[in-house]
Design a binder for this molecule. Structure first.
Ligand code: AHR
Length: 655
């Protein structure tokens, strides 16, 4: 391997003596403004993101539709027998029920059923759980029906409610289950049982713990708090592949996801499990409202993951109309058909809405129809809502999209090698960029420090070029880490936030996002560098039509990444520096045209002992940012950036 003075052979290899690395900030030259929408979130139902994740519901398969053959998630307790019953449905949406045959029940042989939730049901002391279910019974059944929150083998009861008054017609029952001095744990279950003989049918058995902001049908507070710390500007919803679905009937059909939860039929998600759609369009909007972020609404564009499509023209027209209706539901006045339905659903005020995305990853469209499909949506939406910005998911020629959604899932080295790509993007192109999915996929289930370093290097490039990259969102956002085997709780590795039924944690990449999103100015300043070390990286050969192409030549990749922004009103400078190498790097920083800079400032540092270092449920705070006061700063100073670190230096203006 040939090395020149500033080239390092590996992350930790011996490093030749080099001239002093220097970062130069030209504070009197603003190259761009940081987009207020630069840092957002992307979401979809994957890795048990909502059901078994953000959505507060604790009961798995509450509507019994997850598997048409058996009541997955439900077990017999005692002497009963359980079966799915398609001739005793609650309504057209939930046209089946779970039948508990308790004909042999007696005080000595009670019959019942149990649910253990999404890899456990979290129980905490002095906590109120909202229970509800629909039930009806055979003639002559007198009850009572006992519902208990208890430990896994039923030997300890934490809370219970007793119901009488069941009848041969459907009724909904409610109770609050309040725990006393229960130990914190997740190896628990909910049981519904009876000591009286008879048959009972159930539908939508639901249990909610306290939710964020006490919202009904709401979200898990711990995960919401992690998201709030990211200060996201927007939420790209509802996918991803989840928007498209495998087939037309399993797309995210938003009209089936609003109104009373018992009127939502649910659907199969493309990630291999059932969605009740209890977390539907209104729940997405409330999530946005709770975290003060704007929805970035992706509309189904007539193309599915299995390559079925609606041809532009009359065949596509119903889907275009669905999108217009959806926009009206989200943001229309209450004197419109769909705006009135939003008011019926509890939210008369329109939600703020500025961005519509048409489809998802349509560069995979094998029909060649995206240009025509996009144009049909674009014209229909713009003619009614000229101010909405419309995002394409693949390049089109017939109209000019406001933004193009680009996706990047890469290794750490690839991320770093591409960190300067947007420096070279044409400033004349009227279509701006939304990096709607991106991640350094290193580490599983959640990214490790190497992932965070690749992410941060990439983020310096996006922030530096924020006149082009107007928005960005990491993906996937969530993973339930309870069961990482095949067919378990994870369908996609390297996800920003991990959790089980009880607790959650942010990955090092999550903390990198928190740092970037919270600490930046509004002006991007011109920067340059000299004597930055590099390492040699051999890109992997690409494949085309199943064949491996010749390997691209190896390339030198910097070991240091940076950008600088300034708060126009306070004059504070934010210098972000990523040192991806295994040794500390002493760097001279020169600031021109800023006026005097105070000698003390604040450094916020995220650092790992190794690229593999990571966070987990067991060690959630292993890698977190630390802030400290730094002295000897000014317009010309030297600073040592630690190995494997992401640093934000906040330099205060003396003016
Ligand atoms: O983020 C996981 C998946 O990656 C998304 O659903 C899809 O858009 C992309 O291919």
């Amino acid at each position: 391997m040939v090395l020149t003075l500033c080239l390092f052979s590996s992350r930790t290899g011996a490093q030749p003596v080099t001239p002093e690395p220097t970062l130069h900030i030209q504070a009197n030259h603003v190259t761009a403004h940081v987009s207020p929408q630069l840092y957002g979130l992307m979401t979809e139902e994957i890795n048990y993101s909502y059901e078994g994740g953000l959505y507060g519901e604790l009961i798995r398969n509450r509507t019994f539709k997850a598997d048409p053959q058996q009541p997955t998630g439900w077990q017999v307790v005692g002497s009963g027998n359980l079966s799915l019953d398609e001739s005793n449905g609650l309504n057209a949406a939930l046209a089946l029920s779970l039948r508990l045959d308790a004909s042999g029940a007696s005080p000595s042989t009670p019959a019942g059923m149990a649910n253990t939730g999404y890899w456990g049901i979290p129980v905490r002391p002095q906590t109120t759980y909202n229970l509800s279910f629909f039930a009806k019974c055979s003639p002559g059944y007198s009850g009572p029906l006992v519902v208990r929150l208890e430990n896994a083998d039923g030997s300890t009861i934490f809370a219970q409610a007793v119901f009488t008054g069941l009848s041969t017609g459907w009724n909904q029952f409610h109770a609050q289950l309040v725990t006393q001095n229960a130990p914190v744990g997740k190896d628990n279950r909910l049981t519904l049982s009876t000591s009286s003989p008879g048959t009972i049918w159930f539908q939508q058995v639901s249990l909610f713990p306290p939710t964020y902001d006490q919202q009904p049908n709401g979200d898990r507070p711990d995960i919401m708090n992690l998201l709030a710390a990211m200060k996201p500007a927007f939420l790209r919803l509802p996918g991803g592949n989840y928007l498209e679905g495998d087939h037309f009937e399993s797309r995210f059909n938003w009209k089936n996801t609003i109104g009373r939860t018992e009127d939502r039929p649910g659907h199969e998600s493309p990630w291999g499990y059932w969605s009740t759609d209890g977390f539907g369009l209104m729940e997405y909007m409330m999530w946005c409202e709770d975290l003060h972020m704007e929805p970035l609404l992706a509309v189904f564009a007539g193309y599915t993951l299995r390559h079925e499509h609606a041809e532009p023209g009359p065949e596509l027209a119903p889907y275009v109309q669905d999108a217009l209706d959806e926009i009206q539901y989200v943001a229309g006045p209450t004197n419109t058909t769909w705006g009135a339905l939003r008011a019926r659903d509890g939210h008369p005020a329109p939600f703020p809405l500025h961005y519509i995305e048409v489809g998802n990853e349509d560069e995979f469209d094998r029909s060649g129809s995206y240009d025509g499909r996009f144009a049909q949506f674009f014209k229909a939406i713009k003619s009614t809502y000229p101010d909405l910005k419309i995002i394409a998911t693949a390049k089109v020629k017939s109209v000019t999209p406001d933004l193009l959604d680009e996706h990047y899932y890469r290794s750490e080295e690839e991320m770093e090698a591409h960190a300067h790509d947007y420096d070279r993007y044409s400033r004349e192109n009227p279509t701006k960029i939304f990096v709607g999915e991106w991640a350094t996929r290193v580490g599983s289930p959640t990214p490790n420090m190497a992932g965070a370093l690749g992410d941060a290097a990439w983020m310096t490039g996006m922030e530096r070029n924020s006149d082009i990259v107007r928005m960005s969102s990491y993906a996937p956002l969530f993973v339930n880490v309870s069961d990482l085997g095949k067919g378990g709780s994870m369908q996609w590795r390297s996800d920003l936030i991990g959790y089980d039924a009880l607790t959650s944690y942010g990955s090092p990449s999550y903390y990198a996002q928190v740092m970037f999103s919270n600490q930046h100015g509004d002006d991007v300043l011109e920067t340059s560098s000299s004597n930055i070390g590099t390492y040699l990286w051999q890109p992997k050969p690409r494949r085309r039509n199943g064949e491996e192409l010749p390997a691209p030549p190896p390339q030198q990749v910097p070991t240091l990444f940076f950008d600088a922004t300034r708060n126009a009103s306070t004059g504070d400078l934010f210098l972000k520096v990523v040192n991806r190498s295994g040794t500390d790097q002493k760097v001279r920083v020169l600031v021109d045209g800023s006026g005097p800079i105070q000698s003390t400032g604040v450094a916020t540092v995220l650092q790992g002992d190794s690229p593999d270092a990571t966070n987990s449920l067991q060690d959630p705070m292993h890698i977190v940012p630390h802030s400290s006061t730094v002295s000897d700063l000014g317009e010309n100073f030297e600073h040592s950036f630690p190995a494997y670190s992401i640093t934000i230096l906040k330099l205060a203006s003396s003016n």
